[in-house]
Design a protein around this ligand. Structure first.
Ligand code: FFO
Ligand code: GTP
Ligand code: K
Length: 456
């Protein structure tokens, strides 16, 4: 075959293809570079001397500008629109050493590609209609899944289950809206309309449906983000011992000396598939020790980010002035549990009971007695109930769902004023459609895709 003049790939629109290493950094048996752009077949030929068939693996020698072989490997060519991004996609499968990957990536840049930004491939897939926004978010949630339950629910969202539910609800909402809007043109018939179209009944069904989606999404949100539990209390009450017991490992240093833990100690474990982020903190007390002081500041900062605070108390002494002072400084709406630790020294049995302002668990961190009660209580506090059909969701989605709910409530209050009823329905639809991204802003897209890794 005759040597072709060096090509620099530019699409008709003048846009350079994007390229990135798609596999994790470091050594690996195989590493993949992904390129997306317009007409990449010439690009493939410039890189390997071969014009790969669509969607078949083609073995080739990847050459540098000077003709030296960088690696021999496989090319996968997905012509537009049948690719992940909807553009032409070329995958270069090579040996997964960091230097080889860098050399190949540099070669792709020489051939006219530019470095992809984080999340840009998935963003293209969204912009080209391959995925909606909830699915695109599920891609990253799948990659980041901390437990297999989280992974399973992310796949469910990726395959469009969440979006399907949202779209069905949108469909019903739009149907009701169009009935209302049609009636607005005939003001005399408004009252008849309410009866004939069963506006109340329809709204009821919409809200029930929304409630179910919300519940599934809330569970999914727990699976996605996990639960941040911060262990606090006076020095020496057994916070580190409890962390170690929950994790099943000697993670934090335990000594009889008060003030042992000065920095935060974090660990993530699984609680029925929910990632449980437990944070052991420096015991809270007045101190002149500089290191301990900083540790205590960090404790308070961590509390601000917590979903649940577990306040440990020595079962022998019970809660006193120090505990009351800690509780008084906690954010008002933060969920809280009291744990009476060291029941072995107080001759008490493991138990759960309700106190005036919080549920309390009596346990022994040293032996583990009663720790299961604590686990169950944590699940109860966050409203977890195991379900098969959870789809992954994020705060953003919950926010949109609850906004939709607010507008539906408001719509009900407007009846029989149809014009205002219609307006609230329109706002409900708008809020709901942000989930799949029918109406999205650049800011939102930047926020979502900016958190992806490069190559995704
Ligand atoms: N090598 C490789 N593995 C990978 C990916 C990839 O991009 N490359 N993926 C990247 O995330 C995931 C798979 N996702 C993909 C999704 C759609 C298409 C695709 O070609 N879609 C076409 C054709 C559909 C079909 O044949 O049914 C399309 O939607 O038109 C490819 C990969 C996981 N594994
Ligand atoms: N008998 C008994 N001893 C315990 C129990 N839990 C913790 N201890 C002991 O209490 C002492 C302090 O335990 P830690 O877990 O280090 O307490 P801490 O709250 O992290 O202490 P600081 O680092 O000072 O904040 C150690 O000697 C532990 O072995 C328990 O349930 N029973
Ligand atoms: K400790």
């Amino acid at each position: 075959m005759a040597e072709k003049p060096p090509t620099t790939a530019r699409s008709e629109s003048g846009k350079a293809p994007i390229a990135a290493i798609a596999t994790a950094a470091g050594r690996g048996g195989i590493g993949i570079i992904r390129v997306s752009g317009a007409s990449l077949i010439d690009f493939a030929e410039a890189l390997s001397g071969k014009r790969p068939a669509a969607r078949f693996a083609t073995l080739g020698d990847f050459k540098a500008a000077d003709g030296c072989v960088i690696d021999s490997g496989l090319l996968l060519y997905f012509p537009a629109p049948h690719s992940f991004t909807g553009e032409d996609v070329l995958e270069v499968h090579a040996h997964g050493g960091p230097v080889v990957m860098q050399m190949l990536l540099m070669r792709c840049l020489e051939l006219g590609a530019r470095l992809a930004e984080p999340g840009e491939f998935t963003r293209l897939a969204y912009l080209n209609g391959k995925l909606d926004l909830a699915q695109a978010e599920a891609v990253i949630d799948l990659i980041d899944a901390a437990t297999s339950a989280a992974a399973r629910s992310a796949v469910r969202s990726l395959q469009g289950e969440f979006s399907k539910e949202v779209n069905q609800l949108l469909g019903q909402l739009i149907e009701l809206r169009s009935l209302v809007e049609a009636t607005l043109d005939f003001p005399d018939e408004e009252v008849d309309f309410l009866e004939a179209a069963d506006a109340f009944g329809r709204l009821d069904r919409l809200q029930q449906c929304l409630g179910k989606i919300f519940d599934r999404a809330r569970q999914g949100c727990l699976l996605q983000g996990g639960l941040h539990v911060v262990l606090v209390g006076q020095p020496n009450v057994g916070k580190s011992s409890l962390l170690n017991r929950l994790v099943g490992d000697e993670l934090a240093i335990v000594t009889p000396l008060p003030g042992t833990t000065r920095d935060l100690v974090r660990s993530t474990l699984q609680l029925e598939g929910i990632p449980l982020h437990v944070i052991d903190t420096a015991g809270l007390r007045e101190t002149e020790d500089q290191i301990e002081k900083i540790g205590i500041e960090r404790t308070w900062r961590e509390i601000e980010r917590a979903d649940v605070v577990v306040l440990l108390v020595d079962a022998r002494t019970g809660a006193g002035e120090a505990e009351r002072s800690i509780v008084a400084q906690l954010p008002v709406h933060l969920a809280r549990l009291t744990v009476y630790n060291k029941i072995d020294l107080a001759s008490r049995a493991a138990a759960r009971h309700e106190e005036a302002d919080a549920v309390a668990i009596a346990l022994c961190a040293k032996t583990g007695e009663g720790v299961e009660l604590l686990r169950q209580e944590l699940l109860r506090i966050v409203g977890w109930h195991p379900a098969e059909d959870v789809f992954i969701a994020r705060e953003r989605h919950l926010h949109a769902l609850s906004e939709t709910c607010c507008h539906m409530d408001a719509a009900r209050e407007q009846l029989p004023r149809l014009e205002l009823f219609a307006e609230e329905l329109r706002l409900a639809q708008l809020a709901l459609s942000t989930i799949t991204g029918e109406f999205s802003t650049d800011d939102l897209l930047g926020e979502i895709f900016g958190r992806f890794c490069i190559g995704k």
